[in-house]
Each structure stands twice: as C-alpha cells, then as structure tokens.
Design a protein around this ligand. Structure first.
Ligand code: HDD
Length: 666
C-alpha cells in the first residue's frame, strides 16, 4: 500500500466502510425485512404505508445521472506526481516548485464517442484527464492521447460531436466513426485532416491506457513570480512506451472483453505494477511566438519535437484504484479553467470555448452548482467564499455575512494574494473570422504521413478503407479522397484504388519528417505483458516452469490455458480453452502438441496470434501444434527447449509487424 497522501486522508471523512452493521433506511430506522413488501394478507395488495418499500424503489429509480455528452466511458485511478526540480524561473505554481512533497492526482481515461456501456477498444481518441490536488487548489490537465484536435474553434464542437455520434434517425453506429455523417463532416471541414491521420493510425487503438501518451493539446502559458510568461505544451510520456493493438484484433476484443482497457488498468494497479508517465514540457519564449510556419494558437498543429525538444519535469505514478466507480470515476468533474497561480491560458479559440463548456456541462450532469463539494472534486486546501446555497449544499456556513466588502466578519473571506491573470495586451475589431495563420490544413497531415514506417502507413491505408468502406454515399468518399490527394499521392492512390475511385488531383507534397511521431522506436520490456501458455495433460511441466520463471521474474503475466479447468502436470489452469482467446494476450507459447494439435480451437489460437503479429513460442511437443497451425512463415516464432531469453526478447518487441500475414485466414 503506498503512503497515504493528503487527498486519500481527506476522503476518509466520506468513506462508508463495508462493515457488518444492521440495515437502516435513509432516515436511520432499522429495517427488519427487505425481501417482502408490506401487504394486506399474504395474497393481498401492497400497502402505501410501507416507507421502506417506497424509499427503496424511489432511490433505485433515481440512481442514474446523465452520462457525459462525450467521454462517457472512462476508467479512473489515483496517483501522485513527483516533480524533478523546481521550475521557479518559469512558473510560480507551488506544485511545480516543491520537490519535497508529491502532489496527489486523480486520472480518468476515456473513449470519446461511445456511450457508457460501449466497448473499450474502439477506433477513437482517448481522453487523459488529470486532476492535480495542489496546495493552491485544483489544477486540471484535461488532455487526450493525440496532440491535436478535429477543429480549430470551439463553436464547431457541437457540429463535430453530432457528426461522429450515432446517426439521429436510428442511433447507429455505436462508438464508431465509420459512417456517413462523420466523413461528411470531415470532407467539408478540412481542418480536421491532421487529426484524421492520427485517428486512422494505430494511435487510435492503444494496447493499454498504461501505454499511451497524453497531451494538453493547446498551447498554455506558464507565468513566473515576476509576471513573465512562457508558452508551454504539456506531454505525458508512458514509461512502458507507446504501443497499440491491430485492427483485426480490436474487432475481436470487443466481443471477448469489452472492458479490455479498463480491466488492464485496474489489474495492473491491484498487482502493484503501477502505471507511470513522465510529464514533459515544450517551452517557447514569448519572443518566439511567430517563429513557426503554423500558429501556436491553432490546436490542429503540433510543435514538432525536433523543433522544440521535450523537457521532462516530473513523473506521475498511478498507485490506487477507486473504491466506488460512481462516487469517484463517474462524479469526477474536470475543467480546463481549473488552473492555479503560475499557469494561464492563451487565446486558442478552442481552449477559450472549453473554458466555458466544462463548468456548464457539470452543472447539468452533477445537478447544480455544489458539485465541487463532491469528495472526489474537493481541493485539499480550504475553500472560503461568499458563494451560497443551491441544490445539494453540504456545508453549514456559520458566517453571518455572505458579501464583500463587509465589516461584520472583519472583511472576511478577503480576496488577496490570489490568482492573477496574465496581463496580455489585446486589441482588435469584433469579427467572426479565423486568422490567416490558421489556413494550412495539409502540411502537418503530410508531416505525419511522411514520419510513419511502412507498416504504420499500411495500417493507415487499411483504416481509411475500412472506415470509408462503411460510408454509403459515394460523393462523400470522393470528397475525402480529394483531400488525401493534398496530403500525399501514395496515400491517396491506395485509398482511391481500394474504393474503386479515380485517383484525385495530387498536390506537391511537402518534404520533412518528425521521427518522434512514429511508434517504431519504443522502450522494450516484457513487464506486464500477458502470455498464454497452451498446455494439456501430458505436457512437460518442467520446461514450462523454467520459461515461466524467466518471464514472471521480469514482470510478465503468464496464464495457463488447457482443454479443461483444474491442473495439468501439477500446474494450475487459469482458463479453459473454450473460454480463452488469443486476442487477450500479447504472446502465446505452445507447450503441448499431442492433445492440442488436432484441436481446431488450439490451432486457431496460434494462427490468430500469428496473424496479429505476436511472438509465438513452442516448447516440448508444442512444435506439433505450430505445425498443425500451418503458419506461412516463422518470423517471430521461437521454438525448442531453453528458449526463455530469445522468447522474452521477442515478446518485449511487442509485435512482428514485418511478418507477412496476408495469407493467414484467421
Ligand atoms: Fe472536451 C469532456 C478532452 C475539446 C467539451 N474533454 C472531456 C474529457 C476529456 C476532454 C479528456 C473527459 C473528462 C472526464 O474524464 O471527465 N476536449 C478534450 C480535449 C479537447 C477537447 C483534449 C481539445 C483539445 N471539449 C472540447 C471542446 C469542447 C469540449 C472544444 C466544447 C467547446 N469535453 C467537453 C464537455 C465534456 C468534455 C462537453 C463532456 C463531459 C465533461 O466535459 O465533463 O464539456
């Protein structure tokens, strides 16, 4: 159990222990029977005076609150943020100057488009929202796992969300972008194209919340004690590296385990394999604001890391699961305008709109203005102001005054030494117009494409073909393909060909790459990787035990799968073959061939893992199962006794994307 931080201790006051007390009503009256309603005679009508019956049903009827209009499906965790070194030259924020006490955090990861009950592994952006409970109040970093966004101006947010959500006439499809209204929006709103490149890449199907980056997206501002500002972009970098699933696998995980990412986060924390992320900043002095060929205020643009390198400033460790999903993960309320002294906004029109929208939506979702009093939302420092009353007021304000200035309460609470807004000079005409510096919608989409490795490019093309293959209206497909012609001829030609459309007019493409955008070069480790070991009665247990020791010794999780539950060779079976699927594992070891080779399900298990690029191992008679699976090649297949080291290296590499799987029917 990690050390208890200030937020954890504060929550004690709200926790209801699961002790063995007797049942009461909400009014504290002891209940003597909760299984039979009060009735007139054993076969007679229910009697209204049964207050327990009425209260129980009423409370049940009112259990649901509106789900978030976007990011409805999420999973949360508590953590701590440890700063590496004081940043006083950049910001006066206390938590960015104090290396002695870690700052408590709560993170909520989410998908965007789907409803609360939708599957985790859909093609979508992932939310990465962090609440820092600092000594100066809450700072919320409400980010995503992509560094850019679909639109430049928040006034387009309702249009974008309406387009991606299920279509209004039949509420189909759920949690998918593969439909007409979404792509209609894209073809008419080319500012979305850079984000679309990210969405069509494997970044949109992360292997785990523990293995994805986070971005604040907008350019924010740090302000030091002398009032000097510096532009900042926030980045979270996962210590385990950034890894993704593959599309075919995703489709199968949705049925096998719709809670795949949520479960993965929960189980990792329960096991003590705490997810870690480094917080990095890209810093741009105000004097360099106009030095780039894009606008820092345009949220559809990145600052390539090659232009402005990332500076790591601290590390967040997620070390505690919530105790009650509704109370904590559902009721947490993030807001981009929750900033502390030393952190400020810029005039990014998307950010400005968000600064309105989040408070507004919480007022509805959490039923009134007192939601900051909900335990998960409370800052750890004292809250003192003249705001009063409203639905669900939980505090008893003793003061006889609720106005300022006052003399009766000695002028308290007094407004002093607080948050000071950055004194940016602004002037201009009131106009509804984008800056010309926001006009280029293609260059960074091209930069993204140029920076991908071959397999990443193939996956992007395949994603466009899947998505547009679900679009019914030909003019919409044509419209999208026309834009792709402005991004790169290779991309446009392949997508047009697959859709049976003529190649569009091609633009002169811009040169340039940003290697940091590719997922090819990641830290490699077997830690927390899930490995299926296929066994049966008669398997050589000694060989399996040796392999397991090496893998588990490095933090991997091995699960034994066999035709029946119980034990095989003295080893406990974790899952029966009929209830297991290769898509829930990172790698597979065939440890038996005699009983398993004739089984179609076992062959499929291996073949499917192969199709998805996973490392495959074989020990003992497992080779016979590999042969029965009739793999077209042996790239990433490690066979023979004593394979532990070689196999561990293969698993740590995540996937063999170079493996030719075109002919594998799985
Ligand atoms: Fe948003 C939720 C991230 C643009 C309006 N957003 C929400 C959440 C995340 C983001 C992570 C879920 C928070 C949670 O877990 O409770 N949103 C982003 C990012 C954006 C972005 C990174 C672009 C850079 N959002 C955006 C715009 C608007 C909104 C432009 C409106 C003008 N977002 C909302 C919202 C939500 C929300 C409607 C729904 C539930 C909530 O706020 O609490 O207000």
């Amino acid at each position: 159990m990690p050390d208890r931080d200030a937020k954890d201790r504060q929550l004690d006051g709200s926790r209801v222990p699961s002790d063995k007390l007797n049942m009461t009503t909400d009014q504290g009256i002891r209940v003597d029977d909760t299984d039979n309603s009060l009735r007139a005679g054993t076969r007679g009508p229910t009697i209204m005076e049964d207050f327990h019956f009425r209260e129980k049903l009423t409370r049940f009827d009112h259990e649901r609150i509106p789900e978030r209009v976007v990011h409805a499906r999420g999973a949360g965790a508590y953590g701590v943020f440890q700063l590496y070194e004081p940043l006083g030259d950049l910001t006066s924020a206390a938590f960015l100057n104090d290396t002695s006490t870690p700052t408590p955090t709560f993170v909520r990861f989410s998908t965007v488009a789907g409803s609360r009950g939708s599957a985790d592994t859909v093609r979508d952006v992932r939310g990465f929202a962090t609440k820092f409970y600092t000594t100066q109040g809450n700072f919320d970093l409400v980010g995503n796992n992509f560094p850019v966004f679909f639109i430049q101006d928040g006034i387009k947010f309702p249009d974008f969300v309406h387009a991606v959500k299920p279509e209004p006439h039949n509420e189909i499809p759920q949690a998918q972008s593969a439909h007409d209204t979404f792509w209609d929006f894209v073809q008419l709103q080319p500012e979305s194209l850079h984000m679309i490149m990210w969405l069509m890449s494997d970044r949109a199907i992360p292997r785990s919340y523990r293995m994805m980056q986070g971005f604040g997206v907008h350019t924010f501002r740090l302000v030091n004690a002398s009032g000097q500002g510096t532009f900042v972009k926030w980045h979270w970098r996962p210590v385990l590296g950034t890894y993704s699933l593959v599309w075919d696998e995703v489709l199968r995980i949705q049925g096998n385990d719709p809670d795949y990412n949520r479960r993965d986060l929960w189980e990792a924390i329960e096991r003590g394999a705490y997810p870690e992320y480094e917080l990095c900043v890209q810093l741009v002095p105000e004097s360099r604001e106009h030095d780039f060929d894009f606008d820092l205020l345009d949220a559809t643009k990145i600052i390539p890391e090659e232009l402005v390198p990332l500076r790591p400033i601290g590390r967040m460790t997620l070390n505690r699961n919530p105790q009650n999903f509704f109370a904590e993960t559902e009721q947490v309320a993030f807001h981009t305008a929750n900033v502390v002294p030393g952190i400020d906004f810029t005039n990014d029109p998307l950010l400005q709109a968000r600064n309105f929208s989040y408070l507004d939506t919480q007022l509805l979702r959490l039923a009134g203005p007192n939601f900051p009093q909900i335990p998960i939302n409370r800052p750890i420092n004292e809250v003192r102001n003249d705001q009063r009353d409203g639905f669900h007021q939980h505090l008893i304000h003793e003061s006889r005054t609720s106005y300022a200035p006052n003399s009766i309460s000695g002028g308290c609470p007094a407004a002093m030494d607080g948050y000071r807004h950055y004194q940016e000079k602004v002037e201009g005409h009131k106009i509804r117009m984008r800056s010309p510096s926001f006009e280029d919608h293609y260059s960074q989409a091209t930069l993204f494409w140029n920076s991908m490795s071959n397999w990443e490019k193939q996956h992007i093309v395949a994603a466009f073909l899947f998505e547009l293959g679900h679009v019914e209206r030909k003019p919409i497909k044509e419209g999208v393909v026309r834009h792709l012609g402005q991004i790169h001829p290779d991309l446009a030609t392949q997508v047009a060909e697959g859709l049976g459309l003529p190649a569009p007019a091609m633009a002169q493409v811009h040169a340039g790459t940003s290697p940091a955008l590719s997922m090819t070069d990641q830290p490699q480790s077997v830690a927390t990787r899930k490995i299926a070991i296929l066994m049966a009665d008669g398997t050589d247990a000694a060989e399996v035990t040796a392999l397991r020791e090496t893998l588990e010794g490095r933090g991997a999780i091995c699960e034994v799968i066999a035709p029946a539950e119980g034990t095989v060779g003295g080893i406990r079976v974790d899952r029966q073959l009929g209830a297991a699927s290769s898509v829930l594992y990172d790698a597979v070891v065939a440890a038996d061939g005699q009983a398993l080779a004739p089984l179609g399900r076992a062959q499929f298990f291996v073949k499917e893992a192969f199709k998805h690029g996973k490392a495959i191992g074989a020990v003992g008679t497992g080779r016979e199962l590999i042969e029965a699976a009739r793999l077209p090649n042996f790239v990433g297949v490690v066979m023979g006794d004593g394979i532990a080291e070689k196999f561990a290296t293969a698993v740590a590499g995540h996937r063999f994307h170079e493996r030719d799987v075109a002919a594998v029917p799985a």
